[in-house]
Design a protein around this ligand. Structure first.
Ligand code: 6MZ
Length: 357
């Protein structure tokens, strides 16, 4: 592998569009959280999957349950969210869409409203502290909780979309893909769409969700999370591919997560090249950088080494992610300008005659 690829990926300005807050908590922050709650007797091995290890998706969802025990108060949430935002910034992420599922914790008095407000507060504080990153919030619906909770969550997201000065921009549909069915959640998602919330939906993360994906595509979503089993070579269908292509719906692709969670056999067999070769908008993302022990820079490096992408291709991937974001147009333009004026771009332009522009 090109030995310069590692520093290049770190220096590359990046856009992260698929990051679950509680799955993104680093080892260092986890240590602080564990120290705050020694009575829970939680070990590090219970909150992250280390390099080289693999778990079933089901086991991954057990990990989230453990993390939720550690992040159960406003104070924990504020600390964890601020740390996650700082770490993304330190990794060169300049625009981040963080997603998280509002939770009630009766022990600590945490309500869903307080949950959303705390994440917004963390984003505001990072801005005030001049952390070099623009952060937006996608309020998440956990599919496990059914249609009523989904509808409640949409209401919550709508309220904060209107009152958070542009921080809440959309919704995510996530949670254990083996539980529940998208058809029950369709009315809530439709409502979200109608009130102007953008939709980033996990789709076909596991096989056997063909029918659900067909249904969700009727909304249609603004972005698709994973989409691992959409194409016919892995049991999906031409009709699904056609709809995704026709709508030009960007895919959020998380290499390490899919390998560690065993939904994809190996990096070589990942669906990234299928869509990339079609010229379809693909955005590299981390999913859960804490749980899967990764970073966005590492995901770019993995894509480079596995699929033979050169620096120019990596640059284009990161730049194209701007247009896939839910940022307001003015912010997109600012980001485009920032990319265009970035020292890496200038160096590259001199070498290659500014092919990227
Ligand atoms: C589906 C996932 C996920 O919301 O508490 N989540 N949902 N597929 C995945 N692939 C591995 N990874 C994370 O963050 C944790 C929650 O995000 C969703 C799950 O609902 C998980 O409980 P928050 O911040």
């Amino acid at each position: 592998m090109d030995k310069e690829v590692e520093p290049f990926c770190r220096a590359l300005p990046k856009v992260e569009l698929h990051a679950h807050l509680n799955g993104s908590i680093s080892v260092a922050t986890m240590e602080r959280l564990i120290a705050r709650k020694p009575h829970l007797n939680i070990k590090h091995s219970m909150t992250a999957i280390h390099k080289g290890q693999r778990r079933t998706l089901d086991e991954c969802f057990q990990v989230f349950k453990v993390i939720h025990q550690l992040v159960d108060s406003e104070e924990d949430l504020l600390m964890a969210a601020k740390a996650v935002i700082r770490e993304f910034s330190e990794d060169g992420v300049r625009y981040l869409e963080l997603r998280s599922t509002p939770r009630v914790e009766t022990n600590t008095g945490l309500t869903k409203r307080k949950y959303v407000e705390t994440v917004i507060e963390a984003i505001r504080q990072c801005k005030q502290e001049d952390v070099d990153i623009d952060v937006r919030f996608l309020v998440a619906v956990d599919r496990r909780n059914g249609p009523e909770v989904a509808m409640e969550t949409v209401k919550l997201a709508e309220d904060y979309m209107l009152s958070s000065e542009g921080i809440v921009v959309g919704m995510d549909l996530s949670g254990d893909p083996m539980v529940g069915h998208g058809k029950d959640l369709l009315p809530a998602l439709q409502k979200a769409r109608n009130c102007g919330l953008k939709l980033a939906l996990h789709m076909s993360e596991v096989p056997c969700q063909k029918e659900e994906s067909e249904l969700l595509l009727t909304l249609p979503p603004d972005r698709i999370g994973h989409g691992t089993f959409l194409h016919p070579e892995v049991g999906g269908s031409w009709s699904l591919v056609h709809k995704v292509r026709e709508g030009n719906i960007p895919l959020e692709l998380c290499l390490t997560s899919n390998i560690m969670g065993k939904t994809v056999e190996s990096y070589e067999k990942h669906h990234f090249p299928y869509w990339y070769k079609l010229g379809h908008p693909c955005v590299l993302c981390t999913d859960d950088k804490g749980v899967f022990s990764t970073s966005l820079s590492q995901e770019y490096q993995l894509a480079a080494s596995t699929f033979g992408l050169d620096q120019e291709a990596l640059w284009i991937l990161s730049q194209q992610a701007i247009s896939c974001s839910f940022a307001p147009e003015a912010i997109k333009q600012q980001l485009e300008k920032r990319w265009a004026e970035h020292p890496l771009q200038l160096t590259y332009s001199q070498d290659s005659g500014a092919k990227r522009k």
